[in-house]
Design a protein around this ligand. Structure first.
Ligand code: ADP
Length: 446
């Protein structure tokens, strides 16, 4: 096992890693920007190093500063969390050459899955079903238009370097294609410094279902079942749950097997997620792979009863995974409590939290770095807390989530709590029959 892990992240995930390390008897080093001086990860880690000013570029994204912090504190491994440098192959490589274990996959795996078009191609070759579309990126407009015509409209143009719900454009008819193609590629260049785009069939009203996997250093890959992340706004997840109300045990096993096959084809090590879209006819298609631990991992932890963070650290230290067969016995759901104002188009609402009361009780879990008096800085993501509840059935979970949200008091800033409360009372949501367009049409302001 490692002696000391440096956490190259902040917020709730930094706390989550600290807790896992404590249980494993591993010492921790927190890094923080000047804006995070009063953050809990700084207080709870065994050591803390200030790595620069608030701007991420000069702190949490500064590779030289992170490596220097690891060297002065004598850390032997780095946990990247999610976001920031977690899917940066060159960071993973520099960790390796600096004698630090990167708690995540090999740089080659990050690279092959980081480019979305290449990832799709890799999965297709491994025999995983992918959404019909171009073979990789397309540069030429005429070629692109021909492919779109062949696939049939609507199509979606995606930036190969895209992520976080950005860099996608839906085209409904041939007449709009030229404009959309040029804009998409121009935007991709601006946002990701890479203009390359690829084309795929736009599925009408699919569900987003993903499989949690883990690979060890000995070639074993296991999966832990699915998370249904269909409740999204602008391609950003708001609620995640498991098991999915839309699939059977048979589909779960087929998806799980496809995910494991895909991960094995890139010799995947560490925690990862294979994202699929489930079409109305219940066919599923690979969409992308996230080569890190995800925000919504607690949903799976609650359903299968395994601490994924500890397991991720253990496999990074060389431990072998045991075979497992997943049959969910619990139902779990997570609501993302963001510092955003749902009544005003979810606009960011940073600032000081004046009062803060967390819910509790059987089957209730809150992963958060917030407290009364904590000031949410405007520089980073808006996640304040993850509220996860579990019960034996989906109906019980939805009811419990409603009551739990009612007990969650956050004053001083706006949060997404009122949105979630309305959602838990919505009949269609409760029925389990909805798709990725649901939030767009959901009138929660009445
Ligand atoms: P990101 O990396 O930015 O999260 P993804 O490729 O995972 O992008 O897509 C995010 C969301 O966009 C999906 O969950 C889905 O709602 C929507 N989406 C992506 N591709 C398609 C498609 N071909 N058809 C329909 N919806 C899609």
């Amino acid at each position: 096992m490692f002696n000391k892990v440096l956490i190259a992240n902040r917020g709730e995930i930094a706390l989550r890693v600290i807790r896992a390390c404590r249980e494993l008897g591993v010492k921790t080093v927190a890094v923080y920007s000047e804006a995070d001086r009063y953050s809990l990860h700084v207080r709870f880690a065994d050591e803390a190093v200030c790595i620069g000013p608030p701007q991420s570029k000069e702190s949490y994204l500064s590779v030289p500063r992170l490596i220097a912090a690891a060297e002065v504190t004598n850390a032997d491994a780095i946990h990247p969390g999610y976001g920031f440098l977690s899917e940066n192959a060159s960071f993973a490589e520099i960790c390796g050459t600096s004698g630090l274990t990167f708690i995540g996959p090999k740089p080659e795996s990050i690279m092959s899955m980081g480019d979305k078009a290449l990832a799709k191609d890799t999965m297709r070759k491994a025999g995983v079903p992918v959404i019909p579309g171009s073979d990789g990126v397309v540069f030429d407009f005429n070629e692109a238009k021909r492919i779109a015509g062949e696939i049939g409209y609507p199509v979606i143009i995606k930036a190969t370097a895209g992520g976080g719900g950005r860099g996608m454009r839906i085209v409904r008819e041939a007449a709009e294609f030229e404009n959309a193609f040029r804009t998409a590629s121009h935007e991709a260049e601006k946002a990701f410094s890479n203009p390359s785009v690829y084309i795929e069939k736009y599925l009408e009203r699919p569900r987003h279902i993903e499989i949690q996997i883990m690979g060890d250093r000995h070639g074993n890959v296991v999966h832990f079942g699915e998370r249904d992340c269909t409740i999204q706004r602008r391609h950003q997840k708001l609620v995640e749950e498991s098991p999915s109300p839309a699939i059977t045990q048979e589909i779960r096993e087929a998806m799980g097997a496809a995910a494991v096959k895909g991960a094995k084809s890139v010799h995947y090590q560490g925690a990862g997620t294979i994202e699929f879209l489930l079409d109305k006819d219940k066919s599923f298609y690979f969409m992308e792979m996230n080569t890190r631990i995800q925000v919504e991992h607690p949903v799976t932890e609650e359903v299968v009863g395994i601490d994924l963070l500890k397991l991720q650290i253990e496999v990074a230290a060389g431990e072998r995974l045991k075979k497992m067969k997943v049959k969910p016995e619990w139902h779990a759901m997570e609501c993302r409590i963001n510092a955003e104002d749902p009544m005003h188009d979810f606009r960011p609402s940073p600032g000081k939290i004046v009062s803060f009361h967390m819910p509790g009780g059987f089957g209730v879990r809150v992963d958060t770095h917030a407290y009364a008096g904590y000031e949410i800085p405007p520089y980073y993501d808006s996640l304040v807390a993850k509220l996860i509840v579990k019960a034996k059935t989906r109906d019980e979970v939805v009811d419990k989530m409603y009551h739990t949200l009612d007990e969650f008091i956050v004053e001083g800033i706006h949060t997404t709590i009122p949105f979630h409360k309305k959602l838990m009372k919505n009949e269609q949501f409760r029925s389990g029959d909805f798709d990725t367009k649901f939030v767009e049409q959901f009138n929660f302001k009445d």
